[in-house]
Design a protein around this ligand. Structure first.
Ligand code: 9L3
Ligand code: MG
Length: 130
């Protein structure tokens, strides 16, 4: 099982940040909630704070991460478990350091995006959350 953490960053207008996976990576072109793999021995919240800093250049605090929803997707002969956290407060302005693009969307607009299999089932839960 591969454990992956991701953030539903929610701004003051109730929009959510998604990033587009770059060419050359698996699932290139798909829009995802930012995040990445949890390293061995790493606490999930710490992994997400690290990933958000690496990918977006923002500073978030683990204590601001609220567990929101979980989903899994097949990954070859293994499974990927995606842990999604809601985040409403951070420091800095997100910039696309790894992604090919960023955008802020309304929860309903997420249905129209091509997202990785694990991200899709989380959309409905976000509508209730925002
Ligand atoms: N993944 C799926 N949804 C997400 C994220 C951040 C990641 N919101 C999947 C894509 C890869 C794996 O997790 O199969 C590891 O992600 P990365 O390290 O390639 O970004
Ligand atoms: Mg990533």
């Amino acid at each position: 099982m591969l454990i992956v953490v991701a953030a539903a960053m929610i701004d003051a207008d109730g929009r959510i940040l998604v990033q587009q996976r770059p060419a050359g990576k698996p699932m290139a072109g798909l829009w995802e909630f930012p995040g990445g793999k949890v390293d061995p021995g790493e606490v999930p919240e710490a992994a997400l704070v690290r990933e958000l800093n690496e990918e977006l250049g923002i500073a978030a605090e683990a204590s601001c991460l609220a567990p929101a929803a979980f989903a899994s997707e097949p990954l070859g002969d293994r499974h990927l478990l995606l842990l999604l956290y809601a985040l409403r407060k951070w420091q800095g302005v997100p910039e696309a350091r790894h992604a090919s693009a960023l955008k802020w969307v309304r929860p309903l607009e997420l249905h129209g995006l091509d997202m990785p299999p694990a991200d899709k089932p989380l959309i409905g839960l976000l509508e209730a959350l925002v």
